[in-house]
Design a protein around this ligand. Structure first.
Ligand code: AMP
Length: 244
């Protein structure tokens, strides 16, 4: 069947159909956050970034934040148990009723298995045609470009907008275009930590590629290309994926 063109950033999706879980898979710096925001906005479903939730817990000084903080600063993964409990709480919220974009989760095969079980057990995304299975979009970017993206990344602590000093710098050095707030570099975007994060990605997260491709749920996208084209590919996977 001819794929139907999907208007990019048209007002929005209807907001009433079940989209189901959309999983963005990719190394740190592959562009998951940027794409997650676009998809979330278009479909009217939440972006669930486990990294953002953990950073918020650190900021608030919660027990979870205390447990996660030193691991994150070293570029290591937080335990599956803690992260799965955190995701269970988040996906129980009413805004996840029609779907959600998982950005940075699952990151291990254990987490993926937990997610499958959890969604089935709690009857997530059941439609008259059956239960919507995840759409998994893998953003592939080569190592040197990832390094460049991560070392150049600056974030606005007020609005969350992401810049890159090499490729998408703000108009004025070090300051957000939107609200004039001073941009920050994430603690784990230092070079020695980046190497650890990329190593952990290969060892612990890459096995998810065969986990999901084995279930015919995976769409592989060149994450180095034009961000609008990447979004279009993700939309296509969501609209046309045969996931029932
Ligand atoms: P991110 O913002 O996705 O790059 O995540 C930042 C850090 O948070 C990671 O390096 C991990 O330490 C931690 N983290 C985020 N998501 C997960 C996850 N699904 N499992 C374990 N640790 C995670």
């Amino acid at each position: 069947m001819e794929a139907q063109a999907i208007p990019l950033f048209a007002a929005s999706h209807s907001g009433t159909t079940t989209v189901g879980p959309v999983i963005l898979l990719g190394a740190p710096g592959a562009g998951k956050g940027t794409q997650a925001k676009r998809i979330a906005e278009y479909y009217g479903i939440p972006q669930i970034s486990t990294g953002d939730i953990l950073r918020e817990n650190i900021r608030l000084g919660t027990e979870l934040g205390k447990a996660a903080s030193s691991l994150m600063e070293r570029g290591e993964l937080v335990s599956d148990d803690l992260v799965c409990q955190m995701v269970a709480r988040r996906v129980a919220a009413p805004d996840c009723a029609l779907g959600m974009i998982l950005d940075g989760f699952p990151r291990t095969v254990n987490q993926a298995e937990w997610l499958d079980k959890h969604l089935a057990e709690y009857h997530f995304f059941e439609t008259e045609r059956g239960r919507k299975r995840p759409v998994v979009v893998q953003l592939v970017v080569e190592y040197n470009q990832l390094l460049r993206r991560l070392t150049g990344r600056r974030t606005c602590p007020a609005c969350g907008r992401i810049y890159n000093v090499f490729t998408t710098p703000p108009n004025a050095d070090g300051v957000c275009d939107v609200d004039g707030v001073t941009l920050v570099t994430r603690k784990d975007d230092r070079e020695e930590v980046i190497a650890e994060r990329l190593k952990n990605y290969e060892a612990q997260t890459l096995p998810l590629v065969s986990y999901y491709s084995g279930q015919k749920l995976l769409t592989v996208v060149d994450g180095a290309g034009d961000p609008d084209e990447i979004t279009a590919e993700a939309f296509k996977a969501i609209e046309h994926g045969d996931r029932l």
